[in-house]
Design a protein around this ligand. Structure first.
Ligand SMILES: Cc1cc2nc3c(=O)[nH]c(=O)nc-3n(C[C@H](O)[C@H](O)[C@H](O)COP(=O)(O)OP(=O)(O)OC[C@H]3O[C@@H](n4cnc5c(N)ncnc54)[C@H](O)[C@@H]3O)c2cc1C
Length: 384
């Protein structure tokens, strides 16, 4: 199966171009050895052994300082590595969140102990993270979080719960947003982020099954869970600013338009070298959109590399990118009417289509819903 190498027209610093070449060789070797089958939901596919090999080969946390296990490469090296991993369908879900947002957050705002202890393990592909933002009655309205931490001896005691916590049953840590003080008139005050060790006493994880019957989500309960002071990320009360900055990392990357990339590849392969006019127009349009999205995402990666907080630009990439992801299964159905089935292992197109149909509704929910993003973009453009 040939991959569409969509970043080819993007200018890259030499170190990033070199990282991309090294990664392509690594992934070809992995495929040749049968170590993974290109996976449709690449960044949702949880394979700790793959992450460990990717870490050992130097493909995780490449932009972080060498003293914390990184390689001091430019931010765009991370961008191309992420895009290539997804385009190849590599099962990079175990280390994805840690590398995309938790590690950068610890690097910017964590205690020195947390940096030294955790970042090198993330780079080695041995330490994984989840996101502890949403709560019952606090999804889009994040300022409504009710999980509370109270000071106790040299740390804090946390009580409350989180919901929709992807992979909490198999990652090591969460970064959780909790209330530590008064909310203030805009409700953005009194929020603080903590590193939560999921194996520590006072934390219970319960599964939630999704529409496809899979166990990726969880509920996480905190009952008198103690965290030491140096597990606080940033200063007390800074949580809102940090969480909104973190969302720029979460929303702008290639994972926001490549979730269905394997289905697009399957579609192109199935249509073959002689598409009819309608197929050529529809597929051509998708590929043109993909190209534009890659450029938008790359621009935001450049802003992040310069230390900026492009929250509105990131929201735009996610909104347009997830609409594109949702369109791929719709186009595939129009062009090649097929009985989509997860059971049909002999028909990779039918299986990929069924998987995409089941997963697509979540694309415009996870990481912030479409309506909320559009509100944010409108405010950024001065329209409301
Ligand atoms: C696959 C997946 C993985 C996830 N993983 C995680 C995770 O690991 N960690 C985590 O913390 N969370 C996670 N989430 C939760 C996700 O962030 C929330 O589902 C999302 O923020 C929406 O919150 P909600 O579900 O409470 O919906 P609500 O906020 O109740 O929204 C319901 C509907 O109302 C609309 N709405 C709400 N407010 C407004 C408004 N102000 N203006 C216009 N419309 C509005 C929304 O757009 C939506 O259509 C995940 C979700 C999914 C689907």
């Amino acid at each position: 199966m040939r991959a569409f190498q969509f970043q080819q027209n993007i200018d890259l610093p030499p170190a990033a171009a070199l990282a991309r070449e090294r990664l392509r060789t690594f992934l070809s070797n992995e495929l040749a050895k049968g170590r993974f089958v290109p996976h449709r939901g690449s960044w949702s596919a949880f394979d700790p052994a793959f992450s460990e090999r990717a870490g050992a080969a130097g493909f995780i946390g490449v932009t972080w300082p060498k003293r914390y296990g990184g390689q001091d490469l430019p931010g765009l090296a991370r961008f191309v590595i992420a895009a290539e991993m997804l385009a190849a369908g590599a099962p990079c879900g175990a280390h994805w969140i840690a590398e995309r947002q938790s590690g950068p957050q610890i690097l910017r705002n964590g205690s020195e102990r947390a940096r030294q202890d955790i970042l090198p393990r993330i780079c080695r592909g041995e330490c994984f993270f989840g996101i502890g933002m949403s709560e019952p009655n606090s999804g889009s309205d994040l300022a409504a979080v009710r999980t509370r931490a109270k000071p106790y001896k040299d740390g804090w005691v946390i009580n409350g719960s989180k919901i929709w916590t992807s992979n909490a049953h198999r990652v090591h840590y969460l970064i959780a947003l909790v209330r530590t003080g008064e909310a203030g008139p805009d409700r953005h005050g009194g929020l603080t982020q903590f590193l939560i060790d999921l194996a520590a006493p006072g934390v219970t994880v319960r599964p939630i099954r999704d529409i496809a019957g899979k166990h990726e989500f969880n509920e996480v309960f905190f009952e008198d869970h103690f965290v030491a002071n140096d597990m606080m990320v940033g200063a007390e009360g800074q949580g809102w600013t940090m969480v909104t900055e973190e969302l720029a990392f979460e929303r702008s990357g290639p994972d926001r338009f490549l979730s269905d990339y394997r289905l697009l590849v399957e579609l192109v392969n199935r249509v073959g070298p002689n598409p009819d006019d309608r197929q050529a127009i529809e597929i051509g349009r998708l590929v043109a959109h993909l190209s534009a999205l890659a450029r938008m995402s790359r621009s935001v990666a450049g802003l992040l590399q310069d230390g900026k907080a492009p929250n509105v630009e990131a929201a735009l990439v996610k909104d347009v990118g997830t609409a594109f992801e949702q369109e791929i299964p719709a186009v595939a159905r129009r062009l090649l009417p097929t009985q989509a089935s997860l059971e049909d292992e002999d028909d990779s197109f039918s299986e990929a289509l069924a998987d995409a149909i089941l997963r697509a509704p979540s694309f415009t929910l996870r990481g912030g819903t479409r309506e909320v993003l559009r509100g944010l973009i409108a405010r950024g453009l001065g329209l409301r």
